[in-house]
Ligand binder design. Sequence first.
Ligand code: EPZ
Length: 432
Amino acid sequence: MEQYVIKGGNPLVGEVEIGGAKNAALGILAAAVMTDDVCLVENIPDVRDTAVMLQAIQSIGGTVDRIDRHTAKISGGNIVDQTIEDDYIKKIRASYYLLGALLGKYRKAKVALPGGCNIGLRPIDQHLKGFRALGAKVAVIPGGMIVAEAERLIGAHIYMDVVSVGATINIMLAAVMAEGQTIIENAAKEPHVVDVANFLNTMGANIKGAGTDVIRIKGVQRLHGTEYAIIPDQIEAGTFMFAAAVTKGDITVKNVIPKHLESISAKLQEIGCEIEESDDAVRVVASKQLSHTQVKTLPYPGFPTDMQPQITVALGLSKGTSIVTESIFENRFKYVDELTRMGANIRVEGGSTAIVDGVTQYNGANITAPDLRAGAALVIAGLAADGITTIDEIKYIQRGYEDFHLKLQSLGGLIELVDSEKDIQKFKLRVG
Ligand code: EPZ
């Protein structure tokens, strides 16, 4: 089984190129099958989740022509089936975007109930409420499949009870070719919601207001092919920015949109890091002792839940007591047990609040990644720790970070991808 082995202690220093946004890519790849023409999509991150989405598209007859590692031509012209099987949905939750896309295009879709990272209950009631409001009949049939069908989709006024990235994107997909106008109120404002809307607009859709909490969609009869480059990944960038803080390093994340990183930069400044911004790069200099703070995860433009484990790892090494409140998912502190084994002093209260008493040092340990972002945060903890850390279940990390260990190596991190005890021994001999 593949693992990362890490020797901590080196400050990470240098520049790192950030890839395309995974969570935008998943929506955009699903949207691309909504035309029979070809869509050329650039800046697709080469991670497990996008690979599974491309396989799911091929499984229903869609065409995927890989031009290079980050570019593909996609066409929904030959789609023969509107059923997405268990295999794909179990591997990636976001294959539910094919439900919205196929319903929007063919007026019918059948998709297995989603799984995904185990970070909370993660219901999809708001997605289904939106489809129903557009006139679809939606049923969950025995075996856990969702079937959505409509003779006609008719624009509607939909008020979302919770701010949901997935439901906002899915309803946009279902509504772009509906008759008349759809208004989504209390919509999610995340950069990837805007990116999916921009992509659809270049395909001929008429979506206005993405990035605000009211999105207005005027249905069009058909969508056409396009060429589009996905935005940079806010969370990959934020993860490297926190890697600088945790290892007392100096990292410039390149090819980013600094505006998308504002809540992350602000917290880093609050805990004592220096931030320098240019047009498409942000530099984090973290030579000093980190200071404590309070943080609560919120929908965009608030501090992202997908950065909660990374900031907790940093606060675990700060001076004083910090409070981290998770307000999006119920089950997102599972990694705290692992971090405690590395010497952190963190108490989780009521499932949603972590009280973090800073310690001066983490110690290397054999730990397991519980999910994608927590896994990445534990890698960063290992890079700051005294001694050797091994991390299991790195398949979670590979879902969302391209070449994670190679990028960390290029910044001076002593980290290796290994798949045997012999490799670990070799690494230990090499790093001394
Ligand atoms: C997306 O998940 C991301 N995934 C997650 O990223 C991210 O953590 C999350 O948004 C929040 O930003 C993708 O984009 C593929 P939500 P999603 O619907 O869409 C509740 C990562 O690490 N809710 O915005 O599933 C829900 O339970 C992943 O890259 C309902 O109650 O999240 C949660 O409490 C992990 N009913 C809140 O809303 C619904 O129908 C926000 O969830 C939908 C959601």
